[in-house]
Design a protein around this ligand. Structure first.
Ligand SMILES: CC(C)(COP(=O)(O)OP(=O)(O)OC[C@H]1O[C@@H](n2cnc3c(N)ncnc32)[C@H](O)[C@@H]1OP(=O)(O)O)[C@@H](O)C(=O)NCCC(=O)NCCSC(=O)CC(=O)O
Length: 477
């Protein structure tokens, strides 16, 4: 039964009043003060001030100024997303499914059974016909081309293209960057990827540089949190360049273990460059909060994405079937921490009242489950695979529209690991669905098992930009 109009109206009044409690309280107090002052005799107020004496007034002023200064100094600095850019592979890197299967058929390492398995998997994977693989994957004896040099070439192509795009968008001089954080799980060359970036863009010698490897698909938000923490200790206005990518060349699997063929079928080229700062100047989003959950203490979680050698000695990532349950459980833990930070006051109050009536007053009422959907307008769920997105949609009761950016990213770009969240944000913006004040919840999953999530608030939406979706966004719903 749908709620009556009166019920709906009361709910709106309740939500608006509670969610804007501080504003409502201060407006009421100001009105009360104005009424009291207007009623008192004109000389009353000035007489009282004169009675206090100059030294007393000066002391109060000093105490107030000190309190405000201490409050401002103690408060952690806000971190802003100035802008971001995603890599878009040149057309000749495209791998339609027919070409993928035909290539797999020609590779002598794969058995007929494996080729049939991969063919079936691809058909149901949710990947479209325009995803991209590094060029070594199109050679018949691809393993001969999985060299350090080709891996570096792939990394440079992805990372430099995304950064070039970001610098062009923001007109930022690379010399003004104070920190570079890169996360790439499966490729960790020497010199490191941040060194590669500093060398290419001739950045300053006092720059802080960090590479996170082996941290899986959820490492993009780990990089953001790390950059945020460091930025908050640096002078106001410092800038961090965060790069999230996965290099596929060194992780080419040549065996026949089904669980290890899965990543071979799902992962595709991708990367994103993100500029963060503690200055709000030209910023497009504000970071509201970021929460990390790691369930590695549990063996099932720890093992569900595991890099290992198969019985023939071929290295690859083994994805177990547990991943759907594990991701749903780790997300639940993550939500328990993030919900109190993002839920509006009205939802928290309803939960508190229901909790008190059920647990303390022993009333036979159902415990109210806060509605998470009131905390954001958009959601980006890591495009890890069709079944992963299905699982999260089910467990959070999300609508098809909520998971559309995730499914469409999987379709257009494949599983691009930690950068997938940025392709999803770009999708929402390319569809012109992002508006000033909108909140977007990013949820990353990955080996460990980790679930990291962040909430951003839009300050300035992108108006005339399709980003990585240029030329194809009109083909999506
Ligand atoms: C691959 C799928 C699209 C296939 O979906 P289907 O609808 O076809 O149905 P299905 O699940 O029954 O799978 C079809 C066949 O694949 C087999 N199969 C599926 N998952 C398997 C696995 N992990 N290991 C071995 N076999 C597996 C099934 O047994 C079945 O075989 P048979 O037909 O013989 O019975 C889906 O299962 C899926 O999206 N899985 C999740 C992918 C995933 O793990 N992504 C996370 C990547 S890691 C990541 O993103 C983070 C990180 O790396 O850090």
């Amino acid at each position: 039964m749908s709620p009556s109009p009166i019920h709906k109206f009361l709910k709106i009044v309740y939500t608006k009043t509670i969610d804007n409690f501080l504003l409502a309280a201060s407006v009421s107090l100001t009105i009360a003060a104005i009424v009291v002052t207007a009623r008192s005799k004109p000389h009353d107020f000035t007489d009282r001030i004169q009675d206090l004496g100059p030294s007393y007034i000066l002391s109060i002023g000093l105490i107030l100024a000190t309190a405000v200064t201490v409050y401002i100094m103690q408060r952690p600095r806000m971190v802003y997303l100035v802008d971001y850019a995603c890599f878009r592979a040149p057309h000749n890197y495209r791998i339609p499914s027919a070409a993928f299967v035909e290539h797999a058929r020609q590779v002598t390492h794969f058995s007929e059974r494996s080729v049939r398995f991969m063919t079936r998997l691809l058909e149901r994977s949710g990947l479209g016909e325009e995803t991209s693989l590094p060029q070594m994957a199109s050679y018949l004896e691809a393993y001969k081309y999985c060299t350090l040099e080709t891996a570096r070439e792939e990394a440079e192509l992805v990372v430099f293209s995304a950064i070039d795009d970001l610098f062009a968008k923001t007109s930022i001089d690379p010399i003004t960057i104070d920190m570079v954080v890169v996360n790439c799980s499966g490729f960790s060359p020497t010199p490191s990827m941040p060194d590669m970036i500093v060398n290419k863009y001739k950045m300053r010698s006092d720059i802080r540089s960090i590479h996170l490897s082996g941290m899986g698909c959820s490492a993009g938000l780990i990089s953001v949190e790390l950059a945020k923490n460091l930025l908050q200790t640096m002078p106001q206005g410092a800038r961090a360049l965060v790069v999230s990518t996965e290099t596929l060349t060194p992780n080419y699997y040549l065996g026949n273990e089904r669980a290890m063929l899965l990543p071979y079928c799902l992962f595709r080229m991708g990367g994103a460059a993100v500029l963060l700062s503690t200055s709000p100047a030209k910023a497009r989003f504000r970071l509201k909060c970021i929460v990390r959950t790691l369930s590695a203490a549990d063996d099932k979680s720890y093992r569900c994405i595991h890099q290992e050698e198969d019985d023939k000695g071929n290295t690859g990532a083994n994805l177990t079937m547990d991943i759907i349950d594990v991701s749903a459980n780790t997300l639940k833990t993550n939500i328990t921490t993030i919900a109190p930070l993002i839920l509006p006051a009205s939802e928290k109050l309803r939960f508190a009242l229901s909790f008190v009536s059920q647990k303390l007053l022993k009333m036979r009422t159902k415990l109210y489950m806060p509605n998470l959907l009131t905390a954001f307008e958009h959601i980006c769920v890591h495009a890890g695979g069709r079944a992963v997105i299905d699982g999260i949609q089910r467990s959070l009761s999300l609508s098809d529209e909520h998971v559309e950016p995730s499914r469409m990213t999987l379709h257009r770009f494949g599983n691009t690991s930690s950068s997938s969240l940025w392709y999803e944000l770009a999708y929402i913006e390319a569809k012109r669905r992002m508006h000033k004040g909108n909140r977007v919840w990013m949820i990353g999953f990955g080996s460990g098992f980790k679930c990291n999530s962040a909430v951003w608030e839009c300050i300035v939406p992108a108006h005339n930009e399709d980003g990585p979706w240029a030329g194809c966004i009109h083909r999506y719903p």
